[in-house]
Design a protein around this ligand. Structure first.
Ligand SMILES: C[S@@+](CC[C@H](N)C(=O)[O-])C[C@H]1O[C@@H](n2cnc3c(N)ncnc32)[C@H](O)[C@@H]1O
Length: 272
């Protein structure tokens, strides 16, 4: 993620659709259905009966994209809205078995879990982030570290390699990455545990370091959770995403392909 894009994301904070409270993916789907209804209405009233199906699809895409703009869906939704139905029509022309679509859907659900709701997709901390993070770990033995949304535990593996004296934990909501992480945990000798679950339901009071690489969306609420639950003296580190309005105690710029940074906050008695 380029620096300007990251700043943009931090500034944007949320994907602010005009239909408050609904996840943007759901708003986008409702817009698609609305645009489809308009096209079907036009077809029913004989206005478009001379058109071919792909022409209907292009018109439907244009309507969906133009409704998305005033609804303030983020800019990257516009091409998705535009090409969604034309791509669907083109794919149907391949006459694939419906099982392929079901398998694709299942695969995406297993890998991405509830991304449509959490707005936190799966991507991984870079090697540079792992190295910088290792240098920020406490010097005392047996410190405990948790990665909130740990994916398959790749970052935990790297850190456990550098600091075998630490206790590493991860919690992940998506099933497939978590199962992969569990499998690695079984064959690994390092002090590492990965569990399947929702980190919002997990208490953070027992950790010396809490790490998050998520998205701008949960950061404000996550800071509230960290302030309520984390012990004074422990540290909260976010990769790439700032907590709005809260100045970090330390920023470590990374020279990875995303040109991101690690933001570090030390929890104090009066932190809020
Ligand atoms: C950007 S990835 C980061 C992966 C890993 N921490 C790393 O740095 O390489 C974020 C992960 O958080 C997971 N996630 C998002 N919300 C979650 C939640 N409420 N509970 C558990 N995991 C969650 C997503 O499924 C995704 O795998």
């Amino acid at each position: 993620m380029h620096k300007s894009f990251r700043n943009n994301l931090n500034g944007a904070q949320t994907d602010t659709s005009a239909i408050a409270g609904l996840p943007p993916a759901l708003v986008a789907l409702l817009v698609q259905l609305l645009a489809l209804s308009v096209v079907l209405l036009l077809v029913a009233t004989a206005l478009l009966q001379q058109w071919r199906i792909y022409e209907w699809a292009v018109l439907q895409g244009l309507i969906a994209a133009s409704i998305s703009y005033p609804l303030k869906l983020s800019i990257w939704w516009i091409p998705i809205q535009l090409f969604f139905t034309p791509a669907l029509v083109a794919t149907l022309a391949l006459a694939l078995s419906p099982l392929w679509f079901f398998a694709g859907f299942l695969f995406i659900v297993l890998i991405y879990g509830k991304t449509y709701q959490t707005q936190v997709p799966l991507f991984f901390s870079s090697q540079e982030a792992a190295q910088a993070l290792a240098s920020l770990l406490p010097s005392q033995k047996n410190f405990s570290f948790i990665d909130l949304g740990c994916g398959y535990g790749g970052l935990l593996n790297k850190l456990a390699e550098v600091r075998p004296d630490g206790k590493f934990h991860g919690i992940e909501a998506a099933l497939l990455p978590c199962l992969l992480g569990k499998f690695q945990e079984m064959v690994s000798t390092s002090d590492k545990t990965i569990r399947w679950g929702d980190f919002w339901q997990h208490n953070l009071s027992s950790y010396d370091v809490v790490y998050a690489y998520l998205s701008p969306v949960p950061m404000q609420a996550l800071w509230g959770k960290a302030c309520r639950e984390m012990r004074p003296g422990s540290i909260f580190i976010s990769n790439s995403f700032m907590i709005p309005g809260i100045r970090p105690d330390k920023i470590v710029e990374l020279s990875d392909f995303t040109e991101s940074a690690l933001y570090l906050w030390q929890i104090r008695k009066d932190t809020e």
